[in-house]
Design a protein around this ligand. Structure first.
Ligand code: DGI
Ligand code: FE
Ligand code: FE
Length: 193
C-alpha cells in the first residue's frame, strides 16, 4: 500500500481537521527525517497513521488492542488520552498488515515517549509537536529547538507535557517519566564530559 492509500483509508476514520493534522505531521516527519537521517519512507507512513484511531470508538479500540495481543496497564486503562497510541499501533498491524517494528513502535509511543527512543520515535514525537497546524504557547520555541537539536526538543517536549499534566493533576504514564528521565540523564552526561 502507498501513502496515498493510507491517506484515503484514514480520511474515512476521522474528521477533516484531524486528517489535515495527520498530513501535516507526515510532512513535518519527512522534513525532520531528512534533517536527522531517519528513514524518510517510514517517517511519512508513521506520520500519516499516528492518530489513525484517535476518533475510533472505545469498544473498537479495545478490540484492536486485544487482537494485536496487547494489554493495557491499570493506569493506561484509566487514561483515555493514551488509548489511541496503543490502539493505533494495533490497528496498523491488524487492519493494514504493517509489521515494521520501527513504525509500530513510533506510533505506540508517540504520545508518551519511552526510554531509549529510536530516531524514528523521536521524529514522530516531535513532528506531532511542531506540525503546521499546532498553535500553543511555546510552539515557536519548540520549532526552533526541533531545528537545532532533536534530543533537546524531545526533552523539552516531555518536560512540557509532564508540567502540563502535573499542573492539571492528571496521571502521568510510566513511559512518559521513563522517556523524560532517559533524555535528561543523557543531557546531564554530555554536560559533565
Ligand atoms: O493525538 P494528538 O492530540 O495529536 O497528540 P498526542 O497523541 O500527543 O496527545 C496529547 C494528549 O495526551 C494531551 O492531552 C496530553 C495527553 N498525554 C500525554 N502524555 C500523557 C497524557 N495523558 C496522560 N494521562 N498521561 C500521560 O503520560
Ligand atoms: Fe496522538
Ligand atoms: Fe497527533
Amino acid at each position: 500500500m502507498t501513502v496515498k492509500d493510507y491517506e484515503e483509508i484514514i480520511s474515512k476514520r476521522m474528521k477533516f481537521a484531524r486528517f489535515k493534522h495527520s498530513k501535516n505531521v507526515a510532512k513535518e516527519a519527512v522534513r525532520l527525517a531528512k534533517k536527522y537521517g531517519a528513514d524518510i519512507k517510514k517517517a511519512e507512513i508513521a506520520g500519516i497513521l499516528h492518530d489513525a484511531t484517535k476518533e475510533t470508538d472505545a469498544d473498537e479500540q479495545m478490540m484492536l488492542i486485544q487482537k494485536a495481543g496487547l494489554q493495557l496497564s491499570e493506569l493506561e486503562r484509566s487514561s483515555p488520552k493514551l488509548w489511541h497510541a496503543i490502539s493505533g499501533s494495533a490497528y496498523i498491524q491488524v487492519e493494514l498488515g504493517i509489521n515494521d517494528k520501527e513504525i509500530i513502535d513510533a506510533i505506540r509511543y508517540h504520545t508518551t515517549g519511552r526510554a531509549e527512543m529510536t530516531l524514528l520515535d523521536k521524529v514522530i514525537f516531535i513532528a506531532d509537536f511542531t506540525s503546521a497546524d499546532r498553535d500553543y504557547d511555546g510552539v515557536d520555541k519548540m520549532r526552533k529547538a526541533a531545528d537545532k537539536d532533536l534530543d533537546e526538543a524531545v526533552l523539552e517536549g516531555m518536560a512540557f507535557t509532564i508540567s502540563d499534566l502535573a499542573q492539571r493533576k492528571l496521571t502521568i504514564a510510566p513511559d512518559t517519566f521513563a522517556g523524560y528521565n532517559d533524555m535528561a540523564a543523557q543531557k546531564a552526561k554530555h554536560k559533565s564530559k
